[in-house]
Design a protein around this ligand. Structure first.
Ligand SMILES: [Zn+2]
Length: 249
């Protein structure tokens, strides 16, 4: 069965809905990912992880929303962002289209941390509008999320963006990766003694170049395709197990 909903016909969707009301909605961003990863990285990852989970579980996958909230990356060329309010409305309206057709178990598969607050707000509004509980999860593995054990292959001290973890995953998924341009994080020149003393304990609005001049964090030079394979397989396995439990609810 074709599980990419954007490649199905309406009678196929109608037939699917007789037996199944689960759908995955991948969401990403168009945002700088250092000097070595393509700007569509989060959208590409959400699409690829969702496609694998869809094939494994027989669940339909909606088209990926390629834009997210990336306002903190706008100092780097190529980034495109929606405002928080617009993004909440887009998530809500698109999920409500799926609800209109009869999907009752929607899983927003997010691959960009900057979208998390807008997704939470949209899910709250959808619940109040329709009574339907929409689920959301992160497509990337993490120590507290899916594929947690597999992240032990990662050796960098800290990361979180275009880092050893993300770059390894992309090498395995077939993203455009310019490994010769990958650079280990260095302290930005503009960081002050005050920033260093208080920056971890006190929050204020920061653009991404406050943390990194090159756009990446951690140690992408240590990335390998094999680490990516282990993390992707563990993540797809565990998200698929969640989808199977959700189907059975
Ligand atoms: Zn990313």
């Amino acid at each position: 069965m074709e599980t990419r909903m954007y490649k199905t016909t309406w009678p196929e969707v109608e037939e699917y809905l007789k037996e199944n009301d689960v759908v995955i909605f991948p969401v990403g961003s168009q945002e700088q990912h250092g000097k070595h990863l393509a700007e569509d990285n989060d959208s590409f990852t959400a699409t690829e992880i969702a496609r694998r989970v869809g094939e494994r579980t027989g669940v339909l996958v909606a088209p990926t929303l390629p834009f997210g909230n990336s306002v903190h990356h706008m100092n780097f060329p190529g980034t495109m962002t929606l405002t928080f309010e617009t993004l909440v409305a887009v998530y809500r309206e698109l999920c409500e289209c799926l609800i209109h057709h009869g999907f009752r178990k929607i899983v927003v598969m997010n691959a960009h941390g900057g979208n998390t607050a807008a997704i939470a707000q949209a899910l709250r509004e959808i619940k109040e509008d329709t009574g339907i509980k929409v689920y959301s999860l992160m497509a990337f593995p993490s120590q507290r999320g899916f594929g947690a054990e597999s992240t032990q292959v990662i050796k960098q001290e800290s990361g979180g963006h275009a880092c050893e973890l993300e770059t390894s995953i992309e090498l395995y998924l077939g993203q455009r990766v310019l490994m010769e341009k990958a650079e280990k994080w260095k302290k930005p020149k503009g960081i002050t003694a005050f920033d260093e003393k208080w920056g971890r304990k006190v929050s204020w609005t920061r653009d991404f170049d406050w943390s990194t001049e090159i756009g990446s964090l951690g140690d992408p030079e240590a990335a390998t395709e094999e680490k990516g394979r282990q993390m992707v397989e563990a993540t797809v396995d565990e998200i698929s197990a969640f989808i199977e439990d959700l189907k059975a609810l």
